[in-house]
Design a protein around this ligand. Structure first.
Ligand SMILES: [Fe+2]
Length: 289
């Protein structure tokens, strides 16, 4: 059986045919999904009734290495007891809506900045798998942009000027922009990482801008000039033509390639409605197969 994908945006993103990923063990099918991710960068799978364990197990069939040191795992304890499963929720361990000043809620608020998961570690993130368990009755979209298309549409002189540039990514930087404060221990544990500004996605061969609000400065450049270039590029990459807006339905599993996209959460009445998503992320290490 060949899995079919239907495009849901003019330049990227697709929805997969009906399939229960809990039953996908076949390597050919897994390869088809990876290939589709190379092409579309974002894929929506509807009606995935996965438990936490099934979510983790499918992630490990799709890719080899899980990302465990999430920023939240450094700051707070995870209610699932497994740091590889991120709790993207506005409820506490008792299932109650978080208080306005809850530090975990503030962590979620940071996801409203454009970013790519785990760019502040090395190796950085490859795939993220975000599962909608409890979806509010109001719009609470996740937006994605295609960084390959953003790169391709740059003027060739600009593209050339970006070659070889290296960028330091730090979650401390992006959160401090919002006024978030960190202890010295947290700062020591979240030192950030350096990545090329333009990457070649190994599995597709496509060039892609690798940006995020975590991008704090360009190595060997004057700080203001580097930050202005990063701002200009993020402004370019988040143009309306590059945005896919995902409107969540319960049990949607959205898988994306962090090497080829940025994303952000949109605000909603999170002091009124529950919203519970779970996320796994894999690391961009070389595949042997
Ligand atoms: Fe994210």
């Amino acid at each position: 059986m060949t899995l079919q994908f239907k495009p849901i945006h003019p330049i990227f993103a697709a929805e997969a045919d009906e399939i229960d990923l809990r039953n996908v063990f076949d390597e050919t099918m897994l390869k088809d999904i990876r290939k589709a991710l190379d092409h579309y960068a974002v894929i929506v799978f509807r009606d995935q009734k996965m438990s936490n364990d099934e979510h983790l197990e499918f992630t490990q069939r799709l890719d080899s290495k899980l990302h465990t040191q999430t920023s939240l795992s450094v700051m707070t304890k995870n209610r699932f007891g497994n740091e590889a499963l991120s709790d993207v929720a506005n409820v506490d361990e008792n299932g109650q809506l978080m208080a306005a000043d809850d530090r975990r809620r503030m962590g979620n608020v940071g996801n409203r900045l454009w970013h790519t998961d785990a760019s502040f570690v090395d190796p950085p993130g490859r795939y993220s798998l975000l599962l909608g368990k409890v979806i509010p009755p109001v719009r609470a979209d996740t937006e994605f942009v295609d960084m390959r298309a953003a790169y391709d549409s740059l003027d060739s002189v600009v593209r050339e000027s970006l070659e070889g540039l290296q960028v330091h990514h730090s979650i401390i930087h992006s959160r401090q922009l919002l006024g978030f404060e960190f202890s010295q221990t947290e700062k020591d544990r979240l030192k950030g990482a350096v990545h090329p500004l333009v990457r070649t996605v190994a599995s597709s061969g496509r060039r892609s801008l690798y940006l995020a609000s975590h991008a704090s400065h360009i190595i060997d450049w004057q700080l203001p000039e580097g930050r202005l270039l990063l701002r200009d590029l993020i402004e370019h990459a988040t143009g309306e033509q590059f945005i896919y807006r995902h409107i969540w339905q319960p049990n949607d599993l959205v898988i994306w390639d962090n090497r080829a996209t940025m994303h952000r959460a949109r605000p909603f009445a999170d002091m009124t409605y529950r919203r519970e998503l779970r996320r796994t992320t894999t690391l961009d290490i070389a595949l042997t197969a």
